[in-house]
Design a protein around this ligand. Structure first.
Ligand code: GLU
Length: 506
């Protein structure tokens, strides 16, 4: 690698919520930048005003913040190459488009949208390119004075690149290796629109150059645009400064057939966006991983594993470890199938491995939203540490921990009533008596006392454990029952046994 400072960019167009593939692109850029002690730039590519969606930029910023992938430069952070929103850089681009016209690599085109539409309708496989450009209204087909007249008269026009006919161009992609294109496949893309705004093709090249971007990692769907970009780098005389490109593999539907889309998520019942996205126009809410209860650490971990591995079987990585281990060469060429069950497994692993203190704010939020009162922080921490390995998604903490804060509202009576006996009632009455006469005790001692008493009463302890759990929890879930009782304390345990006995024997 050259000794230039590494500078990468994430360059989203603010057109809606962020697909998980978009966040993976951010992540790969970020990891590469941090690994090489470089800069991670956020650039908002909003030159297509017709696709601009209100709130989308804020969404992107919030998403990066949630994931902890903070840009070093960008519309909020600022930076030496500001502004970082292309709409605010509008005046920069014309000069380059005109330069290309002057060199004969681009031309003015005066065709109206209606004319183009008619061509598309009437000519099969119409492309504005070498096959037809001479028959259309542009500065290649018209005499110079007429072109000048039209321009002087303020006739709306665009600037198009003149794609060479039958040339082969190629580049080395960091993931895909040698890639080559036949230029006659590509149409003469618009570079500057009639409103003076650049298109993506011109803006991305000009800005990558001006912002001194050294590596550009983007989704595979941009590969067909690469020949246009390559030519622009060459024509503008910047080829030596062209970033190294890597086109990231697609994230595929679970069955491997085609790109994972928003619709697949709706159809199969899992999120495809990073965070909830509300479309003001349609009123549709597209669910996100965040709101479903994914930890950002887990989200990043599952994303990085969609197409990358460190060469071992290890699957769990912190961001710090990823920065150390990541290499773009280890990203697969082939698309990665998305598996929601596996995604949840990552989350469960992360919940299990996280410190109680890390999880506390999230769990508090879950409990508060459900109206559970939490008064004691230390108590909450103990509860989290006790139940976290049973939670896959953050909202699971409600079921797994709310009974530590409030008595069960309902009991799974089917689990106890059919096998209930007077002897069991007698056992629990004696057990409360025993508890009342002891200090709060450790779970192990409680368990010992419970078992000894069961034996004395001639009942198998095993038959009493489930009823005891239902008394304390309400249902057949939760950690070891004596851990629960010990944490609730003797007073609360006695109260729950008494309340439940009344229900069980009714
Ligand atoms: N603005 C493009 C997008 O929305 C960026 C493509 C690129 O990174 O070159 O994905």
């Amino acid at each position: 690698m050259s000794d230039k400072k590494v500078r990468v960019r994430f360059a989203p167009s603010p057109t809606g919520g962020l697909h998980l593939g978009g966040v993976r692109t951010v992540l790969f850029n970020y990891l590469f930048a941090k690994k090489h002690k470089g800069d991670f730039v956020l650039r908002i590519e909003d030159t297509d005003q017709s696709r601009y969606v209100k709130g989308a930029e804020e969404y992107i910023l919030e998403c990066l913040e949630w994931c902890g992938l903070t840009p070093d430069e960008g519309p909020v952070a600022g930076g030496h190459y500001a502004p970082y929103r292309q709409s605010e850089r509008k005046s920069i681009y014309r000069e380059y488009a005109e330069r290309l016209v002057g060199q004969g690599h681009a031309y003015y085109a005066f065709d109206t949208p209606e004319e183009l539409e008619r061509n598309r309708r009437e000519i099969p496989n119409f492309q504005y390119g070498h096959a037809y450009r001479d028959t259309l209204r542009n500065s290649l087909s018209m005499p110079l004075h007429q072109v000048q007249q039209l321009i002087d008269a303020g006739e709306p026009h665009v600037i198009r690149i003149k794609m060479p006919d039958n040339e082969h161009i190629h580049f080395e992609d960091m993931i895909r290796g040698h890639v080559s294109f036949d230029t006659s496949q590509s149409d003469d893309k618009v570079l500057l629109k009639a409103d003076g705004m650049p298109t993506y093709h011109l803006a991305v090249v000009v800005d990558d150059y001006l912002m001194k971007i050294t590596h550009a990692f983007r989704g595979e769907e941009w590969l067909p645009s690469a020949p246009v970009h390559l030519l622009l780098w060459e024509y503008l005389g910047w080829k030596a400064d062209m970033p190294q490109w890597a086109h990231l593999p697609l994230i595929l539907k679970p069955d491997g057939h085609g790109k994972l889309s928003k619709r697949d998520g709706a159809r199969l019942g899992f999120p495809v966006y990073a965070m909830n996205w509300f479309d003001e126009k349609t009123g549709d809410l597209t669910p996100g991983f965040r709101e479903l209860g994914f930890l950002p650490e887990a989200f990043l971990n599952l994303l990085v594993m969609l197409g990358w591995n460190d060469g071992t079987d290890n699957e769990i990585f912190t961001l710090g470890e990823l920065i150390e281990k990541f290499s773009i060469e280890r990203v697969n060429k082939a698309g990665a199938k998305f598996d929601f069950e596996k995604a949840k497994w990552f989350n469960a692993e992360w919940i299990k491995r996280s410190e109680g203190g890390r999880l506390k704010p999230d769990v508090l939020k879950v409990l508060r939203e459900k109206g559970v009162q939490v008064k004691d922080d230390d108590y909450l921490l103990t509860v989290i540490n006790l139940v976290k390995e049973r939670c896959m998604l953050l909202p699971d903490f409600y079921q797994q921990s709310s009974y530590f804060f409030e008595q069960p509202k309902e009991y799974d009576l089917n689990a106890v009533k059919p096998k209930w006996t007077d002897a069991k009632t007698a056992f629990f009455i004696s057990f409360t008596g025993l508890l009342a006469n002891t200090e709060d005790v450790l779970a192990v001692d409680l368990e010992q006392a419970f078992k000894t008493l069961a034996e004395e009463n001639g009942i198998k302890a095993g038959e009493l454990m489930l009823p005891f759990r239902i008394m304390l929890v309400g249902g057949k879930y939760g950690p070891h029952v004596f851990d629960i009782a010990a944490l609730l304390g003797k007073k609360e345990t006695i109260s729950r046994i008494e309340k439940a006995l009344a229900e069980f024997t009714r």
